[in-house]
Design a protein around this ligand. Structure first.
Ligand SMILES: Cc1cc2nc3c(=O)[nH]c(=O)nc-3n(C[C@H](O)[C@H](O)[C@H](O)COP(=O)(O)OP(=O)(O)OC[C@H]3O[C@@H](n4cnc5c(N)ncnc54)[C@H](O)[C@@H]3O)c2cc1C
Length: 357
């Protein structure tokens, strides 16, 4: 008999898990609270990954992740990530997902429909593949409760938002891939349906959550009402100044004093440090400005700047500095798993941002 598996969530984690299960012969039901291809952080993302590939060895990657995470990361899970990330991306590539893997970096931006949604090409391709593999996808249907009996998962309770009807579906395994909870913050670059449902369901099922106090705020996000509530890549400050109200490049001074050479480096290795530095500055009454008025026309085609700014900046929009401020970006804590994605509740698995580690 075919195994029945239910996946909650249609970001990169849920879609990949659903396809992998279907390819192994399981009957897969995927519930998504949003539209499958566009309503996730994966779709909204820059679509760029850091990994062990080329001359970057798994050991170097492992050490860097542990160092940047100030040893708070789970060494077993980080080791799994470092050792398997390239093979996992190559599997996606073998499945036909548009992917470019280089030296310690990979991206899926070549299929992106626009600069601002770098991962949406990939989620579109994954959705199409999931359907082709026979995954039954129900959009705008939200998982509400994990069903269990005798200490084992039995299925999932969910609601169809269109009809308002509540359903129960039964399965031998449930995979939670509901992402983070950015939308509980007033300033976030996450889609507004990211309300941490997976955390609530896991808690209700009797599981503990880990490291929920570790919430990543991206250091720069547009604050000016004429711009979207969205992150601005730290690399932008390598091209145009980020200043305080007096015109001083105080963030750059801080980054250099920490032994880092650029905003680009800080983007990889010091986001939390930059965000708390800027938050303290604001708490003391300071403002933060991004000097887009200093952008010359020919700078707008620089790839690093395009990826960092993500919005169109015609001359009429580049007349004055605009205010920026830290913005909620990513939940680091969540449902504890082992390196196979198993939670403490037999039959319940979790992957992606909903997990801790
Ligand atoms: C603006 C932005 C840029 C980013 N850029 C990068 C980057 O360049 N590189 C990088 O590595 N990371 C980046 N990240 C982080 C990364 O995108 C996310 O951590 C990752 O995509 C999470 O994937 P996921 O599949 O776990 O969750 P998501 O992609 O968020 O998907 C969660 C899914 O769960 C569904 N869902 C939620 N609740 C329920 C429910 N109750 N029932 C059913 N479905 C539910 C949602 O509809 C959604 O489909 C970025 C994030 C943002 C917001």
């Amino acid at each position: 008999m075919r195994k029945r598996i239910i996946v909650a969530g249609s970001g990169g984690a849920g879609l990949t898990a659903a396809i992998a299960a279907a390819k192994k012969g399981a009957e897969v039901l995927l519930l998504s609270k949003t539209s499958c291809a566009t309503g996730s952080c994966t779709a909204y993302s820059g679509g760029m990954f850091s990994l062990a590939s080329g001359s970057v060895t798994p050991e170097e990657h492992f050490k860097k992740v542990i160092e940047v995470g100030r040893s708070a990361g789970d060494p077993e899970l980080v080791r799994t990530l470092s050792e398997h990330c390239e093979a996992s991306l190559r599997t996606l590539s073998d499945w036909g997902i548009t992917m470019k893997i280089g030296e310690g970096r990979a991206h899926v931006r070549a299929s992106a429909p626009s600069e601002i949604m770098g991962g949406a090409g990939m989620t579109g391709e994954l959705c199409a593949l999931a359907r082709a593999e026979g995954v039954k996808i129900l959009e705008n249907c939200a998982a509400t409760r994990i069903l269990s009996a005798g200490g084992r998962v039995e299925g999932l309770e969910w609601v169809d938002w269109k009809t308002g009807r509540e359903w129960r579906s039964w399965a031998s395994a449930v995979i939670l891939a509901t992402g983070g909870g950015g939308a509980i913050y007033s300033r976030t670059d996450n889609p507004y349906r990211m309300t941490g449902d997976g955390y609530a369901m896991a808690l209700e099922a009797g599981l503990d959550l880990a490291d929920m106090e570790y919430v990543q705020f991206y250091p720069l996000g547009w604050k000016d009402p004429a711009f979207p509530v969205w992150m601005v890549g730290l690399t932008a400050m390598d091209y145009i100044p980020v200043t305080d109200g007096k015109g001083r490049e105080f963030l750059k001074e801080a980054i250099l004093s920490w032994g880092l050479s650029s905003g680009k480096e800080a983007n990889y290795f010091a986001r939390d440090r930059c965000a708390s530095f800027l938050a303290r500055h604001e708490k003391d009454g300071g403002k933060i400005y991004l000097h887009i008025e200093k952008l010359a026309d020919d700078m707008l085609s620089l790839p690093d700047l395009r990826v960092s700014l993500m919005v169109d900046l015609p001359p009429r929009r580049r007349v004055r500095p605009v205010e920026v401020s830290p913005i909620q970006h990513y939940f680091t804590g969540g449902v504890p798993i082992d390196s196979e994605g198993r939670t403490r509740l037999p039959g319940l698995y979790a992957c992606g941002e909903v997990t801790a580690g």
